[in-house]
Design a protein around this ligand. Structure first.
Ligand code: CMC
Length: 431
């Protein structure tokens, strides 16, 4: 916990209360209101947690005004361009960049845990073929608690470690199996001689009938997409994982809760919604119509892939993603991709529009990611599962940090009750 820097004074009905304040490494100072109810008998009110720090953390930092994202202090654009996903996983989990030997050991460990319990194959087969892969993932990841009993004791540090590695290692296998099942193709087992991204591509796109060569350029792009989604501070799904875990729930149940939260279109589901929107717009001449709809208070339509609770500037992940989209499409020889043209023109028009400028709405990570995933051959229904598999390391790192925190308490928000006052039950005959 941080040291007290100064004190804030709150006055209610003439009574004053001193509240400790803490200085973070970076970002706004924080007022400690934990004793407020005990001392003053009042709650604070903050639906959507717009001004509430629910925990302290050393993992990820966002400066939303400047458009900065740091993992353990390292800028995301440097990690995306100079590092790779499993190294970033190590960094998030253990706090420092690994030595060559540590990285090799970690990569071996993850690679050796990529297979799933064979009986889980039957579990997949219980779903309808047309189930959304996110629905399947929520179920299957939750069901891991029924298969891996030796890593569900959260009080055992070794078991916590094993659960973390299992989740990071098996998530690509589970996501790929959800996809294969949805298209009626046989499951493809992982291969230990391939790197994390190449293995995932192979499990998604190879079939037993012919050889499949992983395109190294696509593998690099896939790895970068994973890196850009690895963690993002106390977002909705991460906070869901932390809240679920605060009751002592097992790690697989907690991560399944995170996947369920991520699915929503305001969060990870935005990548699917964004590509579908770009396709619906279809041609640049229809952009003004959609811009007007996004600005219309009476129309629920929003520009998907635009806006963010924290970023009031460019999402730094979107910048790297845009560059990657250009690179991947050029390398695949499809630089005249109509969806990319619509996206670029939509971004230009929106950024020049006073509505978006005043509200500080900029493209977020989901604006360009779908274009790359589509070019790689993924259907839109796989976009959010890919986000989920990449974010698993973030959820797991935050979960581990929370469990190691001596201040851990069950998460239990208060409320502003506006319902009926106490009243007596009325018999049905006299209502
Ligand atoms: N299009 C049009 N107007 C918007 C948009 C948008 N995409 N986003 C926000 N606004 C407006 C909103 O109507 C509101 O206007 P007013 O103040 O007049 O009522 C104002 O901007 C503030 O919006 P908010 O909903 O109060 O802001 P929030 O911080 O609660 O929501 C958000 C953030 C990401 C949910 C929202 O910007 C949004 O729905 N964006 C589209 C979905 C999306 O792209 N989500 C992915 C987020 S990044 C990946 C991730 O973290 O999962």
């Amino acid at each position: 916990m941080a040291e007290t820097t100064k004190t804030a004074k709150l006055t209610i009905d003439g009574n004053s209360y001193d509240l400790a304040m803490y200085a973070p490494t970076d970002g706004p100072e924080v007022i400690d209101i934990r004793k407020l109810y005990a001392q003053a008998g009042v709650f604070t009110y903050d639906p959507g947690f717009t001004s509430t720090a629910a925990c302290d953390s050393t993992i990820t930092y966002i400066d939303g005004e400047a458009g900065v994202l740091l993992h353990r202090g390292y800028p995301i654009d440097q990690l995306a361009k100079q590092s790779h996903y499993l190294e970033v996983c190590y960094l998030l989990l253990y706090g420092e960049l690994p030595s060559a030997a540590q990285l090799e050991e970690f990569e071996t460990l993850v690679t050796r845990h990529t297979m799933i319990h064979e009986q889980m194959h039957n579990f997949f087969r219980g779903f309808r073929r047309d189930a959304h892969p996110m629905a399947t993932m929520v179920g299957v990841v939750g069901a891991m608690s029924a298969f891996y009993h030796d890593s569900t004791d959260i009080n055992d540090e070794h078991q916590r470690e094993v659960a973390s590695i299992r989740l990071i290692a098996k998530m690509p296998t589970i996501a790929a199996m959800a996809y294969k099942y949805s298209i009626g193709q046989p499951f493809v087992y992982p291969r230990n001689d391939l790197d994390y991204a190449s293995n995932f591509l192979r499990m998604c796109f190879s079939v037993p009938a012919e050889e499949y060569e992983v395109n190294p350029i696509l593998a690099r792009a896939m790895d970068r997409i994973f890196t850009l989604h690895a963690d993002h501070e106390q977002n909705a799904s991460t906070s869901t994982v932390r809240l679920a875990s605060s009751s002592g729930a097992n790690p697989f149940a907690c991560i399944a809760a995170g996947i369920a939260c991520l699915w929503g279109p305001a969060h990870g589901g935005a990548n699917q919604a964004c590509l579908e929107m770009l396709r619906e717009i279809g041609t640049p001449d229809r952009i003004p119509e959609f811009i007007e709809r996004a600005k219309d208070k009476n129309d629920p339509f929003r520009l998907m892939g635009f806006g963010h609770r924290v970023y009031k500037n460019f999402d730094p992940r979107a910048k790297v993603m845009k560059e990657s989209a250009d690179e991947v499409l050029e390398l695949l020889g499809i630089e005249n991709n109509p969806t990319l043209q619509v996206a670029k023109e939509l971004e230009r028009v929106a950024l020049e529009d006073p509505y978006f400028a005043e509200k500080k709405l900029y493209p977020n990570v989901d604006f360009y990611s779908g274009i790359i995933l589509d070019a790689m051959g993924f259907p839109t229904s796989m976009f959010t599962p890919i986000f989920a598999l990449a974010r698993t390391v973030g959820w797991v790192s935050q979960w581990k940090e929370q469990l190691a925190d001596p201040q851990l308490k069950i998460g239990r928000p208060r409320q502003l009750y506006l319902g009926a006052a106490a009243r007596n039950y009325v018999d049905i005959e006299t209502r």
